[in-house]
Design a protein around this ligand. Structure first.
Ligand code: PAF
Length: 277
């Protein structure tokens, strides 16, 4: 079947099949990480819909909305190769009525960790994801573990608002040297990219330890070695479902999450750590 490109909600409605639908929400600039999400989706439903929409609501006033990479033609090729059935690529005007009033509030969980660094980000992200769920009406939706707090917030929204959608978290895809794939990696200069490797190295060092203080100390030591070229935003060890910081007695899974600025580029990464082994 040929790829259908739906540029508005009317076209989307026409393109939707009768069988199970899997949605992969994206902001475009598709890379190997997105391909892995699409493959997860493909394995789960008869029809795969990929949305491509750079959502203005989830960017702060001083963030990279205007310079966020937009590579629509290349994205369509990726979708074609991966056997996507429908690309939904609405305009901002089609998504948001000028007189809109109601939106999703992410709550306290949306104001900690990444939410503290990016006020309003999770409100905007959840608002667009809920709208995409309502427009596409998927049975399954696939998100990357790379944005671990985003994934946890979406699971929270699905539980709190009784949405009948299965949420799949797909593993982070990394370059051979460990750098987590991200659409923002293309902003990195060659020297910045070397500095950025400290993030995944720090997470790997932390994941070898089994108590919260040792995990954090091991990761912190690697980040410190990177020097002033790496401007650390946060390094936290949190509960995977609530993103509350874990205390020293915590055992079982925890997420070690890091955010840092390298040059003008803000990067995030995380790894699941097994504590109390
Ligand atoms: O992860 C992203 O690309 C975005 O936050 C999402 C989920 C597509 C919502 O705009």
């Amino acid at each position: 079947m040929d790829l259908i490109v739906a540029r508005n909600r009317t076209d989307l409605l026409k393109a939707r099949g009768d069988g199970p639908v899997a949605l992969v929400p994206t902001m475009g600039a598709l890379h190997e990480g997105h391909r892995s999400l699409i493959r997860e989706a493909r394995a789960r439903a008869a029809q795969v819909v990929v949305s491509i929409f750079v959502n203005p609501l989830q960017f702060g006033p001083h963030e990279d909305f205007s310079r966020y990479p937009r590579t629509f033609d290349a994205d369509l090729e990726v979708c074609e190769v991966e056997g996507v059935d429908v690309v939904f690529a609405p305009s901002a005007e089609d998504m948001y009525a000028p007189d809109r009033q109601v939106s999703v509030r992410a709550g306290e969980m949306g104001r900690i960790v990444e939410g503290a660094a990016r006020p309003g980000h999770f409100d905007g992200m959840l608002t667009v994801v809920l709208k995409l769920f309502n427009l596409v009406r998927p049975d399954v939706a696939v998100f990357g573990q790379k944005d671990a707090q985003q994934l946890a917030m979406i699971r929270r929204m699905v539980a709190d608002l009784d949405l009948d959608i299965e949420i799949i978290g797909a593993p982070t895809v990394r370059e051979p040297d460990g750098l987590a794939l991200s659409s923002r990696n293309r902003y990195l200069s060659a020297p910045d990219r070397q500095v950025a490797l400290a993030l995944s190295r720090a997470l790997a060092a932390g994941a070898e330890r089994a108590t919260p203080s040792k995990v954090l100390a091991a990761a912190r030591a690697v980040l410190d070695e990177a020097g002033p070229a790496l401007d650390l935003d946060y390094l936290v060890l949190v509960d995977p479902a609530t993103f509350a910081e874990v205390d020293e007695s915590h055992s079982g899974a925890a997420v070690l999450a890091v955010a840092a600025r390298v040059g003008a580029t803000r990067l995030i990464d995380n790894v699941v750590v097994s504590l109390g082994r």
